[in-house]
Design a protein around this ligand. Structure first.
Ligand SMILES: [Zn+2]
Length: 379
């Protein structure tokens, strides 16, 4: 058993002080410091008054530290898993891109094999970004491999796929969404030029999530509300890339006002250059350039981000004035609920996985624990 003392514990709606968290691979007890018995604990960690929260979950990430989910080797996904705890992330959905069917199949097989054997952050399954997207709104996805929605393509991977992106204006999308719902897979609307009516119809059929809201979809027009209008006018959960490049801070504030903290999930959508220096990199077979915080195709189109979750939290809090507790819920309780993992993840309570992170007011990460194991300590 280990113990974390002297922390400000982020509970669902409040901050709890003066308590010790005792854990092995699970959180065992949250006890008042004056009565907690630390004899027999193998390690006592002093959080020095900093925050202690559930580990962060990144629902949508392609890569970092030079590696991409779709690299054709067994090292890359492990490298991503190993890198993420330094940013407070304890679990994630490796995200595929619109590439060839064999390349996507191979990647999902690899993810399935690696699950349960990760060197760092836990793989919760996989997020399929394409091939069922719109040519017009493909963004940095490669157009050559776009397909009409076809459930047969994903049928062999229902145990691994957690979220699949879809442009609901494409033929066959209704049936596809219903099939996904039947098998417990989340359909996300994104890379789409759907009208408001088409998007709302998809939501009625079971689509429940919006991929990087505002990006790779038509902007909100007062006579053509489109996907953004449907996102705001429904109970769908909304991803947000809070790097201040993909979405202006004012629009981040507007989204928070409309959706509330419960329906926003901060994601990174990070690509391999994340956590690396400026330079030239590859994204799904295309050349991209990283300069500062921006990564773009040669055409100038945004090509994913180099954002990390700790920075997303810092930006979003600065932009909106939201409390630390509410900000944290967008990367803990919300993604856990969306994935149906509330029984194990997303909050600090007895019996949950001991996925924990210690950080200060500015979201500087000091320590990360996954199922009780120390995976990151600030030097
Ligand atoms: Zn993406």
């Amino acid at each position: 058993m280990k113990a974390i003392v002297n922390s400000a514990i982020i509970m669902n709606n409040s901050v709890l002080k003066g308590h010790t968290v005792l854990f092995d691979e699970k959180i065992r007890e949250i006890k008042e410091e004056s009565v907690a018995d630390l004899r027999g604990t193998e390690e006592v960690i002093d959080a020095q008054g900093r925050f202690l929260s559930p580990g962060f979950i990144d629902l949508h990430i392609h890569g970092c530290s030079g590696s991409d989910t779709m690299d054709d080797n067994d090292i890359s996904i492990g490298n991503i898993s190993r890198s993420l705890p330094a940013t407070g992330v304890t679990s994630f959905l490796p995200t595929t891109m619109t590439m060839s069917q064999p390349a996507i199949r191979k990647t999902i097989d690899r993810i399935r094999r690696l699950m349960g054997h990760e060197p760092g952050a836990t793989i919760l399954g996989c997020y399929l970004e394409g091939p069922f997207i719109s040519e017009e709104y493909k963004g940095a996805q490669y157009g050559g491999f776009i397909r009409k929605p076809d459930f047969k393509i994903i049928e062999g991977f229902l145990d691994v796929i957690r979220i699949v992106i879809l442009a609901p204006e494409e033929e066959g999308s209704g049936e596809f969404i219903e099939n996904c719902s039947k098998h417990g897979i989340i359909t996300a609307i994104g890379h789409s030029g759907a009208s408001y009516e088409q998007a709302m119809e998809a939501i009625r059929k079971g689509a429940s999530h919006i991929t990087h809201t505002f990006n790779a979809m038509a902007p909100l027009h007062h006579r053509k509300p489109g996907v953004v209008g449907a996102a705001m006018d429904s109970s769908a959960s909304c991803e947000l890339i809070a790097d201040n490049i993909h979405v202006d801070p004012a629009v981040q504030r507007i989204l928070l006002k409309v959706k509330g903290t419960d329906n926003i999930v901060l994601v990174t959508d990070a690509m391999r250059a994340c956590m690396l220096e400026d330079g030239e990199y590859d994204l799904g077979g295309q050349k991209v350039l990283l300069k500062g915080a921006e990564v773009r195709l040669e055409s100038g189109a945004l090509a994913g981000s180099v954002l990390t979750i700790d920075r997303a939290l810092r930006n979003f809090r600065a932009n909106t004035g939201i409390s630390v507790v509410d900000a944290v819920s967008t990367v803990t309780a919300n993604p856990a609920r969306i994935l149906g993992l509330e029984d194990r993840k997303g909050s600090i309570s007895e019996g949950k996985d001991a996925d924990l992170v210690i950080f200060d007011e500015q979201f500087n990460i000091y320590g990360t624990f996954i199922k009780g194991k120390t995976v990151y300590e600030k030097k």
